[in-house]
Design a protein around this ligand. Structure first.
Ligand SMILES: [Zn+2]
Length: 288
């Protein structure tokens, strides 16, 4: 790879230290601020590239075992600054929306954490390899206000009755600080497009009326296209932002195989999604 790659698996410490590295190399360029704090009080960093009007938002690691997406977005920020890329609007990057879940997935339930016993119970043991949710067992990408109550019925049929490693939508929409802060941020800023990174099978899901943008994204990455529908899309960020706010949004499932994807997949995945990360703002600007 051309630049230093973030330490992987990218836990919260590795994320913060890579952001420090970016700031040392490009003082003041990436405008790091904090979107908010997670359930367990971890900062959720947000980096901004460029200074145009309006912004696109890129979000990684809604799902804990998909933390390679944080590394991909951190690397993108370094790449964009190093190559002097310019964008027609600002690009706001939230590498890791779910720092508690990622910590749990990588390091297990930590001694002394008040939620430890509950987490072990929700998980049914101390192997957190397949953990996707946040610290209290809410799947953040089912927690947005899009088909939320329809999904609650499906959830009950699936036998999910409370906090779980995956697919529990939470008590009400945007109940979690992570999804709540993001939904607020998107609602009250001039957000013109959203890319959300996940890692389940080289597919791009898109919301209603976003076909043209989705086709261009598929062309740039070589990923397949599918319109978002069925249980996986209920309560998801892409559907919520598209349906409630009319913001063009795509869910980009990078890479193939079982999560967490191995570190060795990083270079190939980055090369596939790099053109989309660099050109998404331009695609949106052309459409306007
Ligand atoms: Zn995911």
């Amino acid at each position: 790879m051309k630049y230093d790659v973030p330490t992987m698996p990218t836990d919260h410490k590795a994320e913060l230290s890579y952001i420090e590295k970016i700031e040392e190399r490009f003082p003041g360029m990436a405008g790091a601020v904090c979107l908010g704090r997670s359930v367990s009080g971890r900062a959720i960093p947000m980096l901004t590239l460029g200074d145009g009007a309006g912004e696109c938002v890129y979000v990684g690691a809604h799902h804990a075992s998909e933390h390679i997406t944080s590394a991909l977005l951190l690397y993108f920020v370094m790449d964009a600054l190093s190559s002097g890329a310019s964008f027609p609007c600002r690009v706001t990057v939230i590498p890791c929306l779910n720092p508690d879940g990622v910590e749990l997935q990588i390091h297990g339930a930590s001694e002394g954490d008040l939620l430890r016993d509950r987490q072990l119970r929700m998980n049914g043991g101390d192997d957190f390899t397949h953990w996707q949710a946040n610290a209290r067992g809410v799947d953040l990408n089912h927690n947005y206000n899009a088909g939320f109550y329809e999904y609650k019925k499906i959830e009950a049929e699936l036998g999910i009755l409370g906090g779980a490693p995956t697919r529990y939508a939470g008590p009400y929409p945007e109940s979690e600080p992570e999804s709540g802060r993001l939904a607020n941020y998107i609602s009250f800023n001039d957000v013109r497009g959203i890319l959300t990174l996940h890692t389940q099978g080289e597919v791009i899901y898109y919301g209603k009326k976003m076909t043209k943008i989705a086709k261009e994204a598929a062309r740039l990455t070589g990923y397949a296209l599918e319109s978002a529908s069925g249980a996986p899309s209920y309560g998801g960020l892409t559907d919520w932002a598209t349906e409630s706010l009319g913001i063009p949004s795509l869910t980009v499932e990078c890479g193939l195989g079982e999560n967490p994807l191995p570190q060795s997949d990083f270079p190939a995945i980055y090369e596939r999604i790099r053109p989309l990360l660099f050109r998404f703002p331009e695609i949106l600007a052309k459409r306007a």
